[in-house]
Design a protein around this ligand. Structure first.
Ligand code: PEP
Ligand code: MG
Length: 602
């Protein structure tokens, strides 16, 4: 039973509510593992309401309070519609038009306002009563269109009531008991801030393997399924559910046989993972004596704790944007310096590769009020954003340089597509050095500089780029998205996430050759590096380092310890003769089946 995450020890008694049949929802398993627990629906709860009297003098304020709640609801829906439109398209976003129409319904608004004023009643009570009246008029109607309208009215009513009550959106940072979240979407920043103990799994309607929310789930070791839209409408908070992150399933109201089966799988998962972890600190050396460099990807400075101790590796990718995401204001130079210094000191004598800010795409800084883009993944993202905001960029460069005096730090620029971008970044880096010189602050004058190779254009000029840097780090998540023109957060085109597409193998080969010819080293830090089935292929291409979600290290290490490099090189020769991603994947699976069959799953 291969897995890349730990298994929360959870045992839940069978309590399917009488009359509820088991229901299975299919999505994409993006973070392996099984959990059994109770669901918590986000973004759909319907609050309790009490109607009461208000003083005649309070009527005007109460009407304003009601109008403000409507305005806030309208803004929330417009924002939600935009997010769904970008991720799922017009059809799914259309549902919000129905909600917005209801909010804009003048007849309802004046009915509520009049009843507040005439009856001296509170806004929640009146609004709830008016909406219930509309709903009961539709209840019992067989027509499916009318039934859908009922769901819409209920959703909008719940939203306005929550806003009237000033309910904070469900606080995912603190849950009172263990829950499996079910949500339309979770942003990478929401995922990063989740209660790491009580959120034991999650299911969303949006996302795919390499969306940053999925990457975050894997690093946190939380089993997750994305793209399971139907679950959202058919599961309720409190329902008993089984989440199977291996197979991409959510089972609601499991019957006793299903529960027993999954309890057994859960036990097997724990034993398998425990055995694997015991090997985590053994050297990553092939049977024919090649030492492979393994490293961990981290999102937060504190993630570094225990990585060296548990796995004996350094950090191959520190995604610094997460430092910026959950803050009301931008972290200043000193605050960033502390985080980078902490990581550098903790991981020493191993090194940490600190990547400069990669926002844009699916990671936004709301407090910067950046203009909305039609295609954020093709927009002002990563190095493009940094070059457009030298103030923010220089601050980060100074902080990283300062941290370089406290350990083995390397610097990495994301999403470089042109030589000019690299040149401009290097000019700004020089300026940051001079600013520190003026302030008399110390830094490593021989800091290694690398770039991410994640845009096809960069692969094609890798031989030129290599002359100006010390290393390459291949970001396969973006390289695949940009090569196959397939948005990495859109579940509808998830089938185009093809790490073994012949074009990708050739891009990896070309990058590796450009690096070797220029005497620089190259790593892969995209999710591809954490798939033990693909590791032989990457290593056979001459790539020296694999940087991955720490929880995948033990599996990849086991694979490396059972293979020979000479056979991996032969695998590459065969792969380069194939036409399709599926054919190359089959070759890779056959390889792993031969050397470490247990990694292929039960
Ligand atoms: C990548 O694109 O492969 C990568 C590692 O960067 P990110 O996933 O943060 O875009
Ligand atoms: Mg990337």
């Amino acid at each position: 039973m291969p897995l890349n995450n730990s298994s929360p020890a959870n045992s839940v008694k069978s309590d399917p509510p009488a009359g509820r049949k088991p229901a299975t929802f299919h999505g994409i398993g993006v973070s392996a593992g099984i959990v059994i627990g109770h669901a918590l629906l986000i973004g759909r709860a319907y609050p309790e309401v009490t109607e009461g009297a208000i003083a005649p003098t309070a009527v005007a304020a109460e009407v304003t309070r009601y109008q403000d709640a409507i305005t806030l609801s309208r803004h929330q829906l417009i924002e939600l519609k935009q997010r769904v439109l970008e991720a799922l398209g017009e059809k799914d976003a259309g549902i919000f038009d129905a909600h917005l129409m209801l909010l804009n319904d003048r007849a309802i608004t004046s009915e509520v306002e009049q009843e507040i004023a005439a009856g001296h009643r509170n806004a929640e009570g009146v609004f709830h009563r008016v909406m219930e009246r509309h709903m009961s008029a539709l209840q019992g109607v067989e027509n499916p269109y009318i039934r859908d309208r009922l769901v819409d009215i209920r959703d909008v009513t719940g939203r306005v009531l929550r806003n009237l009550r000033g309910d904070a959106p469900t606080d995912l940072t603190h849950l009172s008991d263990p829950r499996i979240l079910i949500a339309p979407d979770l942003s990478p920043s929401e995922t990063a801030a989740m209660d790491k103990v009580n959120v034991i799994g999650f299911v969303t309607a949006i996302g795919s393997q390499t969306s940053h929310t999925a990457i975050m789930a894997r690093s946190m070791g939380i089993p997750a399924v994305v793209g399971a839209r139907d679950a959202l409408d058919q599961v309720n908070s409190g329902d008993l559910v089984i989440l199977d992150g291996f197979r991409g399933l959510l089972i609601a109201h499991p019957d006793p046989d299903q529960l027993e089966d999954y309890q057994r799988r859960l036990k097997a998962q724990e034993v398998w993972f425990h055995n694997l972890e015991a090997e985590a600190t053994l050297p990553a050396e092939t049977l024919d004596g090649f030492r492979v460099q393994l490293a961990a990807n981290i999102e937060l400075a504190e993630d570094v704790d225990g990585i060296k101790r548990s796995y004996g590796v350094g950090v191959g990718l520190f995604r610094t944007e997460y430092l910026f995401l959950n803050h009301a204001v931008l972290p200043d130079e000193d605050c960033q310096f502390e985080a980078y210094r902490r990581a550098a000191e903790e991981i020493y004598p191993q090194s940490v590769i600190i990547r400069t800010l990669d926002i844009g795409g699916d990671k936004f800084l709301s407090h910067l009020n950046l203009p909305q883009e039609l295609n954020p993944f093709l927009g002002v993202r990563a190095i493009r954003f940094c070059l457009s905001r030298p103030d923010i960029f220089l601050q980060q460069l100074r902080a990283i340089l300062r941290a370089s005096a406290h350990g083995k730090v390397r610097l990495l620029f994301p999403m470089v597509a042109t030589m000019e971008e690299l040149d401009q970044a290097l000019v700004l880096l020089d300026r940051a050095r001079r600013e520190l010189d003026t302030r008399g602050l110390d830094y490593n004058h021989h800091l290694d500089i690398g770039i991410m190779i994640e845009v096809p254009a960069a692969v094609m000029i890798a031989d030129r780029l290599a002359a100006k840097v010390d290393f390459f780090s291949i970001g396969t998540n973006d390289l695949i998205q940009y090569s196959l023109a397939a948005d990495r957060s859109n579940p509808a085109i998830n089938y185009l996430y093809q790490p073994t597409h012949p074009a990708i193998i050739r891009f990896l080969q070309q990058t590796s050759q450009a690096a070797t010819q220029n005497g620089i080293w190259v790593s892969v830090c995209g999710e591809m590096a954490s798939d033990p089935i693909l590791a032989p292929l990457i290593l056979g291409l001459g790539i020296q380092e694999l940087s991955m979600n720490p929880r995948a290290i033990a599996q990849v290490k086991r694979l490396i310890r059972h293979m020979r490099m000479i056979e991996a090189e032969e695998l590459v020769r065969q792969a380069l003769q194939r036409d399709t991603a599926a054919e190359i994947r089959t070759l890779c699976e056959a390889f792993v089946h031969r050397v470490a069959p247990d990694l292929l799953g039960s």
